[in-house]
Write a protein that binds this ligand. Structure first.
Ligand code: DX5
Ligand code: ZN
Length: 234
């Protein structure tokens, strides 16, 4: 199981130091949560912070674009050589109000296949690998037509926008179904799960077919990062 700390949950007053500590503790990737305040009810950071992370840390980075118009963000992230650029299948879909100033996007009937394919091609033409992300309310069948073309399938286990939320267990069935489709068709994509992951659920995720987990709060709140990585991988 690979671990990708989400730096959104790190102490921003010591961000560079925290990223280096994550790397030397044995993290596998660095996860960049990019939020535009429209696709999700929060703003995070962009290209400058991401470039800083790339410049001090040699681990692969994946940019998780929680943005309504991923087309506008591919060039800057490809330019700083972020290895994986992931965008959401729900772009252009309906927005559901969750109350308390929160919302989540889903897919109405089907995503616009031409737009999805064009974004994947744009990512690849600029030298990064393409990922597709799926929100909790979206069925796996919404991404099925594109699974042969991507390198990363990011299954959200919280409604995106904030670190420190509770894992939504319904995602387990989606993980198992994705792993089955991958095996049957010999697809190459890795399965990543994002949101509410920690030592309590990592074993079940691994058994279901997950290759890489994002850990935000669980990682950066741990007293000892080396010990945290060891627990997650044991
Ligand atoms: C959710 C983000 C996640 C999140 C993970 O909006 O995409 O990457 O920050 O944080 P934890 O592990 O705290 O749920
Ligand atoms: Zn994320």
């Amino acid at each position: 199981m690979k671990i990708a700390p989400s730096i959104l949950a790190a102490d921003f007053s010591r961000l560079g130091e925290e990223i280096k500590k994550a790397e030397s503790a044995g993290a596998d990737w660095i996860h960049l949560d990019i939020m535009d305040g429209h696709f999700v009810p929060n703003l995070s950071f962009g290209e400058a912070i991401s470039a800083m992370s790339k410049s001090i840390c040699s681990l692969p980075h994946d940019a998780h674009l929680m943005v309504s118009d991923p087309e506008n963000y591919i060039e800057p992230f490809a330019k700083i050589k972020v290895e994986y650029i992931t965008f959401h299948i729900e772009i252009g879909g309906p927005r559901t109000d969750l109350g308390q100033g929160r919302w989540v996007y889903s897919v109405a009937k089907a995503a616009d296949p031409n737009r999805i394919k064009a974004v994947i091609s744009k990512i690849e033409s600029l030298g990064s690998k393409a990922g597709l992300a799926v929100n909790p309310p979206t069925p796996l069948k919404a991404v099925e037509p594109f699974l042969g073309q991507i390198d990363l399938l990011l299954l959200m286990s919280v409604n995106p926008g904030f670190a420190g939320q509770k894992f939504i267990p319904e995602v387990m069935d989606k993980i198992r179904a994705a792993a089955q489709i991958r095996q049957k068709n010999r697809y190459r994509f890795q399965i990543m799960v994002d949101g509410g992951v920690g030592p309590d659920n990592v074993k079940a995720l691994e058994a279901a077919g997950v290759d890489i987990v994002v850990a935000g709060s669980a990682f950066f709140k741990a007293a000892d990062y080396v010990e945290f990585v060891r627990r997650m991988k044991s």
